[in-house]
Design a protein around this ligand. Sequence first.
Ligand code: HEC
Length: 207
Amino acid sequence: MNSLKRFAVLIIVAIMAWSCSDPNSPGLEYMPDMYRDPSIGTYEPSDLFPDGLGARKPADGSIPRGFTPYAYQNNAEDYEKAGDELRNPLAFHDDHLKEGKRIFENFCIQCHGKNGNGEGTVPQSDYWPGVVPAYDSDRLIDLPEGKIFHSITYGKGLMGAHKGQISQEDRWKLVFYVQKLQGKDPSKLGAQSTSDAENEEERTEEA
Ligand code: HEC
């Protein structure tokens, strides 16, 4: 009986020792398919492709879901083009203006000031090297909507780009609000005005 026990212990120790023999072996797997599915893991090599990489780039020209490409580049020529061609795709609505105001107060007010007069807290600090022009100054009063949108997108001078923080649709809502701060009535600037919430159809691009 005693020797049988000793034999059993010996067998168990032998199995344990054997299971450690190959450090790369996962040991005995009863249902290996549960762990090892045939799909390629993140950054796993793969011989399906000539370069041996499992991680693939998106196909040329693909865009992230929900992303709208912007056709104008960040240069002086496209700034002018945007000014000439680009129109607000949103039909004016009071809710857009309200939302534009909210976004303005989150992202712009610190420089442009509550009324868009350029007297926000940032330019009033000793560290600010320049001025922020007022929206209703001679310099900006006639700024067309396309340029307003373009400058919010890419930034201008000391102002940074906002394309990474604010979606295109929200930037167009901001344009309505900037126009209001220019002293204009954005409901009368090109877009057909709609006052009921049902009729929120987008104006088609004419340019
Ligand atoms: C860090 C301060 C700062 C912030 C934040 C800022 N701006 Fe500006 N903005 C400026 C300055 C400075 C100028 C003048 C740029 C120039 O012409 O050199 C300017 C110019 C502009 C212009 C005129 C652009 C043109 O084409 O001449 C518009 C429109 C404008 N800002 C809108 C916005 C809006 C909307 C936001 C918020 C999303 C914003 N800005 C956030 C500092 C700022």
